[in-house]
Design a protein around this ligand. Sequence first.
Ligand SMILES: Nc1nc2c(ncn2[C@@H]2O[C@H](COP(=O)(O)OP(=O)(O)OP(=O)(O)O)[C@@H](O)[C@H]2O)c(=O)[nH]1
Ligand SMILES: [Mg+2]
Length: 424
Amino acid sequence: MMTEQSQRAILVGVNLNQQSNYDFDYSMVELGNLAEACEVEVVGQITQNLEKVNPSHYIGTGKIDEVKDLLSMLDGNLVVFNDELSPSQIRNLERDLDCKVIDRTLLILDIFAERAKTREAQLQVEVSRLQYMLPRLVGLRESLGRQTGGVGTKNKGVGETKLELDRRRIEDKITALRRELDTLVAHRQVQRKQRKKNELPVVSLVGYTNAGKSTVMNAMMNRFNPESGKQVFEKDMLFATLDTSVREVPLPDNKSFLLTDTVGFVSKLPHHLVKAFRSTLEEVAEADLLIHVVDYANENREELIRITNETLNEIGIRDIEVVFVYNKSDLLDIQIPKVEGDHIYMSAKQGIGIDELVKIIRQHIFKDYVKCEMLIPYEMGQLVSYLNDHAHVIGTEYEEAGTKLTLELKTSDYNKYQQYVVQA
Ligand SMILES: Nc1nc2c(ncn2[C@@H]2O[C@H](COP(=O)(O)OP(=O)(O)OP(=O)(O)O)[C@@H](O)[C@H]2O)c(=O)[nH]1
Ligand SMILES: [Mg+2]
């Protein structure tokens, strides 16, 4: 949709009630970034403070002329609104501005559509897009009609039947896509259950888009599992990651955990999209620990933290312990790594602070480990090798009655092999 020849856009934002807990200016900067991610050139911007929006045009009537003047002055051919517009608002605006009008939601949907790589992500985006389009079909049809010289009364009946058809076709398509999606989700749930059986704790990276989540994941893998070669995609752009990746991080003392990397958040993430991505985000909901990655070099970090927390809330994630990674601290004038309780100032890109982060993670997820001594008869050699692979063996002595291990192991293993425990 966004690939037509050069699009020159004017951004329009409404600062409602001049809310103090919301950085309006930053949301406009971000709208520009979103537009640029869609290869739209931003040529101008108009904002307005309002007590409440104008139901018919979103902006006040006076502002419409202003936008129109700016469009002709700057040779713009697209207007992008900072909020989701209703179908009739888009219709009215396109008519009065005589120009294509889109909103923030459509921009985000387009970026997601472009970036989705796995079938699951593609389906999720497509469902959201169709749902966004459904109530807006009338508008699309009318603007088409205008281009071909206006809708005549003669064709009206035909148009309406066609509209009904289109609508039904889209509804059918949504149903079909949903069905396919359900199959995929079921498959992933099986995988997730299997992982659960492994009883490895799950740690999930969450945070605003571009904070450095994927870079943290890669830094962890470089440090603890370099041979695996399983790097995830990291890049300086909005929504580099749309799919969930899970990696095992094996620590030197045979304790491991699973680390998941997933889609980042953004201000005013479209509701349909959050809903469509629910299955992806379920991985996060089942985590034992969250690592909230913050771009600490971003001066709006407080706002970004707040939006991330709100989104987590919206998808029903509460009561999971959180560790804060103040990432990109290499860009600031502070000594790193620096640990303050469950907060760490670090640099994933430079690999500074990874060991310290793991130390914090350990304190949260390996609570059910116990230390003990076991005496294992020589004919149980297999158990000794199992423990060498799956527990943290601190000392080994060979006694007359068998191998004596001083070790730290999971409570479940402790209970299973309790008969060999000689000293708890
Ligand atoms: N200076 C600096 N840059 C970093 C650091 N960590 C990540 N970056 C850069 O930030 C950009 C985004 O990193 P990603 O890891 O892709 O961010 P993300 O949070 O996964 O982003 P999404 O997948 O889009 O949500 C990349 O260009 C990274 O190289 C850091 O510690 N310092
Ligand atoms: Mg990423």
